[in-house]
Structures are given as C-alpha cells and as structure tokens.
Write a protein that binds this ligand. Structure first.
Ligand SMILES: Cc1cc2nc3c(=O)[nH]c(=O)nc-3n(C[C@H](O)[C@H](O)[C@H](O)COP(=O)(O)OP(=O)(O)OC[C@H]3O[C@@H](n4cnc5c(N)ncnc54)[C@H](O)[C@@H]3O)c2cc1C
Length: 275
C-alpha cells in the first residue's frame, strides 16, 4: 500500500488505522467471530442518496459565491492573491484544501516552494466494477498477501442500497501506485475475486472503470512531520490555514476533514473579530 519498505516509515500514521488486539483476542478470532470492534470506523454514517458527494452538496447549498471547476495555478501569499484561469482572486484569509506539495509548488517567490519535492506520497489506481448478481454485502477488506496485486476491496453498494440497482452490486479495487489500465489486469482481478469467493461464476460483469488517484497515501518518512509543522506555521503567518487529509499532509479520513474545516472556520472567525 505504501510503495516503500516499512523501515522507511515512522509509526506516526498507525494510531487510528492499526488495531492492536491482545494475543488472546487474536487466537480467539481464529475460531470465533470477533466480539470486539476495532478501528475508528466499525460503524459509520453514509448518505442514503448521492454517495459522499451528497455531504458536499448539502454543505454548499446556501453558499452563493462558489467558483467550481476552476484550476488554481499560482498563489501570492505576500499580496494575498490567487491566480486561476486568467482570474485573480484577492482574499483576506486563505483556506487551503489542495494537497500541500501541490500548493507549495504554486507559491510565488516563497522559500517554502522548494520543500514541495520533499513531501512524498503514494499514488493509487482504482478499478471500479459493476456486477449483476447477488452477494452478501461487506464494507471493505484488506488483502496483505504478496500474490494479490491489490491491497483493499470495498463494496459501495453495501453502504447504501441506492448506490446500485436492486439486482446489482459495485466494487472498488485499490492497487498501489500507478497501474496501466489493461484487460489482462482486469481479468486477473476478476479471477482472484472468484477464487476468494467475492463474486460468483454466475455473476455478469456490467462495466468497469479505471481511475488514477495521484494523491493516495502520504508517506510518513523521517522528515514528513518536521517539514509539515514548519510549513503550516509559516503559512499561518500569512493568514493561510490548511484543512483536510492532503492539505495537512496526513493519513486521515472524511470525518476528520469535516471537523478540520469547521475548526479552521472558527479560528478565522475568532481571529477576524479580535483584529
Ligand atoms: C485511495 C483512498 C481511499 C480512501 N478511503 C477512505 C475511506 O474509506 N474512508 C474515509 O473516511 N476516507 C477515505 N479516504 C480519505 C478521503 O478521501 C479524504 O479524507 C477526503 O477526501 C479529504 O477531503 P478534502 O476535501 O480535504 O480533500 P480532497 O477530497 O482530496 O479534495 C481536494 C480537491 O482539490 C482539487 N484540486 C487539486 N489541485 C487543484 C488545483 N490546482 N486547483 C483547483 N482544485 C484542485 C482536487 O481535484 C480535489 O477535488 C480515502 C482516500 C484515498 C485517496
């Protein structure tokens, strides 16, 4: 998943993501169903309709001045200006949610720019598969075996029955790094899913989509934390705050991104009232 040796990583990312069962619990789980819940999300909220995007739609419903589908190309922290597609936007406070390395690259005449290359990240390639048939639902499963080319499989149709038609289900299969979409990898994946009993011989593959995610997993190497702390502190001096998994260059999840967004809004509100 990380695309590097464990010895290249610190343990800082483990907290929320690596369950620590006792020896007896591990032994017990070989014969009985686990009785304890592990991890940060053994249960979670999910929109009934519209997938995760429904949360964003609801949050932005009452925002009138919203510019979307606009690529930011440069940022001038000193003069408080953002450049996008020929448009120049002036701001008082800037909240960055773009990946931190990509944000730093866009900075005009700032020494922080040269740190962008020191922030490492693993890419992810996802194969989305729609299947007609029936299968018991599950949320996601990790696959640590060396022979499996993917590391995790999830089933969107189990999160909400509205995510797929009644007689169908949908999978996302996550591969580490940049994979060239190919029929042979798709066939191999289907074969493994059959072998593992995750799909049935009688199922019909309706369609599949490959998706490349350039920012997948932030790599917690030895320099990640000191660089991130220094950069975030420096940016704050320019009334620029960051929120979200990639802006804070961390391994986290959607709930945390939402809370970070709220915290940043409160911080700006308090700061603007005090000056
Ligand atoms: C492979 C993978 C699996 C995950 N699984 C889970 C999970 O199971 N559960 C969970 O809770 N979380 C999961 N996450 C994490 C979740 O996706 C993030 O926590 C969440 O998306 C962070 O939201 P965000 O708004 O901060 O950033 P993002 O969703 O990354 O949004 C940043 C946006 O900035 C845009 N952008 C980039 N550059 C520019 C530019 N120059 N100009 C304008 N826009 C730009 C991007 O297109 C993107 O839309 C997963 C993430 C990945 C990558």
């Amino acid at each position: 998943m990380w695309g590097c040796e464990p010895s290249d990583l610190t343990c800082e990312w483990c907290g929320n993501f690596v369950p620590v069962p006792s020896k007896s619990d591990i032994k017990r789980s070989a014969i009985l169903k686990p009785s304890k819940e592990y991890g940060y999300n053994p249960s979670f909220y999910y929109p009934k309709r519209g997938g995760c995007g429904a949360v964003i739609d609801a949050l932005t419903e009452n925002i009138s001045q919203l510019l979307v589908n606009t690529e930011i190309s440069q940022i001038d922290l000193r003069n408080k200006k953002v450049f996008a597609n020929g448009i120049i936007i002036s701001y008082e406070y800037l909240v960055n949610t773009l990946p931190l390395s990509c944000f730093l690259e866009m900075l005009q005449s700032s020494p922080l720019k040269m740190l962008a290359d020191d922030l490492r990240c693993q890419q992810v390639t996802v194969l989305l598969i729609a299947i007609k048939g029936y299968h018991h639902s599950f949320s996601w499963i990790y696959f640590p075996d060396k022979e499996d080319p993917f590391f995790r499989i999830g089933m969107q149709s189990s999160f909400s029955s509205n995510n797929a038609p009644a007689d169908s289900y949908s999978y996302y299969v996550e591969f580490p790094g940049l994979i060239n979409p190919s029929r042979s990898m798709e066939k191999k994946t289907i074969q493994i899913l059959l072998k593992k009993g995750l799909i049935n011989e009688s199922d019909e593959i309706l369609f599949s989509i490959w998706k490349h995610i350039p920012y997948g997993y932030v790599i917690y190497d030895n320099q990640r934390t000191s660089i991130v702390n220094m950069v975030l502190k420096d940016l704050e001096n320019f009334q620029c705050l960051c929120a979200g998994r990639f802006a804070l260059w961390e391994y986290s999840f959607i709930e945390k991104a939402l809370i970070q967004g709220k915290d940043v809004a409160l911080k700006i509100h308090t700061h603007s009232k005090s000056v």
